[in-house]
Ligand binder design. Structure first.
Ligand code: MG
Ligand code: MG
Length: 274
């Protein structure tokens, strides 16, 4: 069953999403070559606990950490650890969720560490842009399939990258994962109609190579089968009468990236490629 949110509930989800982005901004402010997954996980957890909120992923189905930290060929659900060291040229996808005042927030960003290659930078920009194309399609009267189509069409037709099929976006609110599922592929005009108050996390996962993935031996990390790099950007949005309302905020993350000499800027809006 889909729970459509009231204005008040949407504002509570926004608060949770802003805290998620605050935690991701902290990551953006400290991330540099030599740092580990454990370092950024601790920093993010501190931000969340300081705001009397709870890291949503910690303990979720047994996941052990605050952040999902997925490096290079890892697509999502990587477990941060002290052995996970970030080197110059790596990309690090960081996914974060919080529970605050009874509502969840969820957002993700992929950071290029140090100097990454032009090809990888292009993967990040295209994935980020595909997220905004998907959000543009999230208007009243359209359908879930229009969102997935927007990502797939742009990423696969225009750039020949692989859109991951096994993992999808989702409704969010009083639960971290609510119906409906929001795939990053699909056909126009298919699936449920988008209505006022629908709150969903849209999260394209894009592989530089083929779309196929597998689970790593740790039982959590999803990696690309061909071990080519993969990117992940996620916003939580509300479908409103005036158009999609982005509840998470990547501008604050980008602001920190700009101040951090160890990170390159991916950009934040769909103009990223322009
Ligand atoms: Mg997420
Ligand atoms: Mg999500």
């Amino acid at each position: 069953m889909i729970f459509y949110k009231t204005d008040e509930e949407i504002e509570l989800v926004r608060e949770s999403c802003l805290l998620v982005c605050k935690a991701l901004s902290r990551v953006a402010s400290i991330l540099k070559p030599g740092m580990t997954g454990q370092d950024i996980d601790k920093a993010a957890e501190e931000v969340i606990r300081d705001h009397k909120a709870v890291p949503a992923f910690k303990g979720y189905r047994g996941f052990p950490a605050t952040l999902c930290v997925s490096k290079n060929e890892a697509v999502v659900h990587g477990i941060p650890s002290e052995k996970q060291v970030f080197n110059d040229g790596d990309i690090v996808s960081v996914d974060c969720g919080v529970l605050l005042n009874g509502f969840f927030g969820d957002s993700a960003y992929t950071f290029p560490v140090g100097e990454v290659s032009d090809e990888i930078m292009k993967l990040l920009k295209v994935t980020n842009t595909s997220l905004y194309k998907a959000i543009d399609a999230a208007t009243i009267g359209k359908r879930i399939g229009d969102i997935g189509f927007a990502v797939q069409h742009y990423v696969e037709r225009d750039y020949k990258y692989g859109v991951v099929r096994e993992l999808v976006g989702h409704g969010i609110g009083r639960e971290l994962h609510e119906p409906p599922e929001v795939p990053n592929f699909g056909k126009r005009g298919r699936g449920i109609k988008l209505q006022e108050g629908l709150v969903i996390a849209i999260e394209p996962m894009v592989n530089q190579g083929k779309k196929d993935v597998r689970t790593a031996p740790d039982g959590w990390t999803i990696i690309s089968r061909d071990r080519k790099p993969s990117a992940h950007f996620e916003h939580t949005i509300a479908v409103r009468k005036n158009g999609p309302d982005i509840l998470s905020n990547h501008e604050m993350i980008v602001e920190e990236i700009r101040k951090n000499d160890n990170l390159q800027e991916v950009g934040v809006l769909k103009e990223a490629l322009a």
